[in-house]
Design a protein. Sequence first.
Length: 168
Amino acid sequence: MRASNLILPIALLLAASTTARAYPLWCEDADALEASVDPQTAAVLLTHAGAMYNCCPEPILYDVEASGGTLTVVERVVAETPCDCICCFDLDIVVTDVPPGDWAVVLRWLDEESGSWRELTGSVTVPAPARDVAPHAELAAPPACLTSTGVEPATPSGAWGLVKAIYR
């Protein structure tokens, strides 16, 4: 009788691990940074691929600091009236008026699920601009919720991530 009581929990555990592999979490912890420079405008073009936010992330704002060879861009979502869902976004950001030179790029954002700051890094070389002003950033286009992203999904760490994804 006791052996049969163990069969069901073991079967459920094996099914959960198989299910977790069958349904990869395509956006969770899949953030990636692409950084380049527009040769005509000398603007730094950033893509925060796989950004997971509330489906109504209006507005998304950016704070920019350029000092010591590091261009730091802080992404902030102002949640005025959030939707009752989570979406994955590929956010295209244009940082203009960056001084010429080689820059280490740091993109920082507050991860709502963990409550901690995360960051991605890259590098760019900016040619001389036509004018001398402070750098600033904005979205190149309004964010659109994706059904897939160019970011490779993270390897699932277990069935718990699947449970969280089902109840989002």
